[in-house]
Structure formats: C-alpha cells, structure tokens
Write a protein that binds this ligand. Sequence first.
Ligand code: N01
Length: 541
Amino acid sequence: MNEKINSLQSKNSVLDAMVVGAGISGLYLLHRLRQIGFSCQVIEAGADLGGTWYWNRYPGARCDTHSLEYSYSFCPQLQQEWEWSERYPSQVEILRYLNRVADQFDLRSGICFNTRLVSADFQPANNQWHLKLDPDQQLSCRFLLMATGCLSSPNMPDIEGLKTFKGPIYHTARWPQSQVDFSGQRVGVIGNGSSGLQIIPELAKQVKQLVVFQRTAQYAVPSGNRPLDPQEVAQIKADYPGFRARNRQQSSGQLSNVETCQQSALTVSPAQRQQLYQASWQQGGFVFYDTFNDLMTNQQSNQTAAEFIRTKIGQIVNDPQRAKLLSPQHVMGCKRPALENGYFETFNRPNVDLVDISANPIQCITTSGIRLRRDQEYLLETIVMATGFDAMTGALMKIDICGLNGLSLKQKWSTGPHNYLGLSVNGFPNLFTITGPGSPSVLTNMVVAIEQHVEWISDCLQYMAQQGYDRIEASAEAEEEWVQHVNRLADDTLYTSCNSWYLGANIPGKPRVFMPLVGFPPYAEKCRQVVEQNYQGFILS
Ligand code: N01
C-alpha cells in the first residue's frame, strides 16, 4: 500500500494531475503544477529520481550536450549557483544535479517511487482518468501527464538461448546500482550505438578480453570533453538568459556558442572543405555535423563528411582490415551520430576483438558464450547488451491507455504515432505527452524541448482553470495535418534513408515512421501561435 498516494488522494478525492515519470520532465512538471496550485502526484517505476540518468549508469555514461546547456533554465539562482566540472556532464554529475534540484524545490515529497502505471481509462462522464497502479492501487485524476521519456524502454533482443547463459547479462539501460567488477573476465558487448561507444573503451580498460559484436559500424567524432574553463563559464553566466535564448534559436536547441555554418559542402573547394572539417574535428562535439548547412539534406554533401570520418578511422586504427570494418557506409546522421572518447583507439588494444555479425550473424547465446551462424563460438563470462531502446513510443505502449469509445492508444497508433504537436492525441482528452513523437524531442537538446513542453502544458492547464474548461483534446483535423507536416519535413532530409530507431526500424514489427520533428524554433513558434489563436486545433469544453 502506498501511503503517500493515499494521503494525497484522501485530501483531494481526485488529483488534478498525475505525472508519470520522475526524470527531467516529471520533476519540472511537479514544480510548475504546484506553482499554479494544482494537486499533483508523480509516480516513478525506479527506486529513485533521474529517469534516463537513474537507469543508464553504465561505465562511461555521459551526456553529449554541453553541461551549461543541458540544465534547467527556469531558475536564475539555480543556474548561477550550480557548477559543472566538464564540458559534457557525466551521468554521476547529472544525477547529483537533479537531486540538488529536487532538494531545492522539495520535489521528493511529491514522488512515489517503485510505482508503475499499469492502465489508464478515460471516463467521459466526469472527464477523469481512472488509473491502476502497480503495486495494486486505483485512483483518479483530471489530467494525465506522461513524462515517460523518449529513450526509456530498453530493447532486449530476442536472441535464442538468452536465458540459458550461465553468467550475468547486463543491459546498458538497466545497469545495476552497485559497481560491477569485470576484472580478469572475458566480456562480450552487443551493440555499438551511443551507449556501446561509451562503454566499450571503459570495459576494455578493465577486462581480460573484450569481444565487440558489431552489426553496423557507427559514425562518431571526438567529443573534445575537457574540464570547463572558469573564464568561459563566467562569460556564459554573465548573460545566462541571453545564452539560453540563443540556444532556443538553434534548430537543435543547443550550441549557441558556435556559429552555424551557412554554406553548402559543395560550394567550397575540396581543400577548403577538408580544412573546415578538420577544424570542426579538432574542436570536438556535434559542431562537426554542422560544418556545412546541407549535410542532412544533400547526399553528395553528406558523402564528403562521411568520407572524412572514414579517413580518420583509417588513420586511428592500426589494422587496416579492422579500420575498414569500423568504417560506416550508410548515410551519415540517418542513424543518430555519436561523440566518442577513445572509441576507435580501443581497437588497437591487444585485449579487444571485433566481430562482424552482419556477415556472420549471432545464431544463439549458449550457456557459456555467443555462437555465430557459421559455427564460431566465443566463450564469455559476462554479456553486455548495448542494444538501445524501443524509442519514443515504447514506454507509452507498455501502458494500457484507453480513451474515448473504448479505443486504446495501442490500436490508435498501430500504424505509427498520430497526435497534434507531439502533445495531444485525438480521442484521448486531458492526456499530454512530454516530448512525444511529432515534437522536436530527440533531435533537440532534451532539456530545452522538455522545458518548452512543460511550460506550454502548465500554461494551458492554468488557462483552462481560469476559463472554467475541464476538457481538452486535439481535433481530428489538426492531428491529421500535423502528422502530414511531420512526415513532409522528414521527407526533405536524409533521415529516412536507413534503418534507425528514429524510424522504429530497430524493433521487429514496429511501424516504420519517422517519429521526431525536424527543427525546434519553428515548432516553438507554432506552439506559441496555437495559444495566441485560442488553442487552435484543440477542442476545449
Ligand atoms: O542504442 P542504439 P544506444 N543484434 O539503438 C545494435 C541516446 N544516448 O543505447 O545499428 C545485434 O543507437 C544496433 O545495431 P544496428 C542517443 O540518442 C545518448 O546506443 O541496429 N546488434 C546498434 O549498434 C542514442 O542514439 C547518449 O545494426 C543489435 C546498437 O545495438 C540513443 O540513446 C548515450 C541488435 C543499438 O544502438 C540510443 O543509443 C547513450 C541485435 N539483435 C544513448 N539489436 C549520450 O548522450 C540492436 N543491435 C552520449
């Protein structure tokens, strides 16, 4: 029995808002909703707060957005007082920061940990959501706010024999709370996306032998992580609001300190192009992927950047055959590109093997290792799955959410996510998704996207309270137009040209639809205009 929920429920027989998830979104929602006088409860499946940064605590876990940008902007005092130590914040530091935020705003008192939302049924008679939780409990709320995260539902591939393996199998997104000692072991890693790229160099330093099972080589550029320069920090803090405002003007909601390039890769001479790529490479970070303004829209331009990275890999990795295997061939950026800290160098170590499972796929996991289709077996003591997530919709689809006329969200989204602004779904009144599909979300600095959504939603709820409305829902027409708009923007890019989690292509059976929206500033402007025009595209009653 969850006493915290009970006491809240008895004080207010129906909660104004239930927030699902105590990550960056859920924490800020709780703070904002309390400010506007809403009774609000957060439930969180984990044993503590932090969302992504609670679960993904594998060695090397680090954000690839700059520290001074990957933080809340809503509290001037907080952003002045908090001191980040490095250019990119480690998981440990982000978690420390979120705990400080929770303490400063007394947020823990509003969170029930170890509690999951199992199902939510909308009751049109009283415009309430009826919720069933695990551990077993039922309650009602007026608004249901899904702060469940875009990359929170781990993808554990259904490999034959998974359960028979004698040693431990760890997923990067469900990493144990206590430190794992890998010393002296033979360890296998499956997957080399952003998580794999971070954990592989760290494991290589600890283990006796590391075997990396690679299906697709990955584009990555050096992160250029370093301790923050106090002068640089002071300069940003001297005009933090201006800095934040410039972030919000960037398509990706970040890197305002970098001048966005205004030219095509094809308008400069090959020598100039190399020079500019080299300068970005040396600077480190995502600026490389913005060296020219058409890398994600023109295949020929894209190829020039891809070739530059492949050449660098060839220069870093000593064994030419390995270098070739580590050199990606797909369109750069159609799978989310990564930053790396010594990833390619790791393959010069004598204790690291690289296995190409695109040529010879994994057949099964045995009691003592991984067997490939063409007969080879690798003996292992531990397996690490860095196999990613059922992105954007995975966490929502695990919950039985039932809207009007018995329609479930699973049915509604069976051919891909349909919603308006990535915020609201027709047929599901008083339900909001924070950084849902159809919003800039994962193509943006997540904190910028989260703050914009939380503020939009809380302003909307306040407006409804002031105007006496108790129900809001996206109209079917607005939703249809929005879905087309999201697709149109994606079709103008190279994002859809390979299999990626952006498209749901990493999950067997998932509809292939590009889920995030390209471009933060026009999106934020659209959300502002919707409000200005009395919540255009929404039905309020
Ligand atoms: O997951 P991924 P991730 N057999 O999906 C492979 C964010 N993030 O956790 O490409 C064999 O990118 C799969 O191979 P393939 C960031 O947005 C950020 O690494 O499908 N292999 C791929 O290599 C990121 O993009 C940070 O052929 C299998 C890997 O597993 C997102 O999270 C850090 C397989 C999965 O890569 C996801 O990153 C970490 C199978 N059955 C994450 N199934 C930072 O901020 C999958 N793979 C730095």
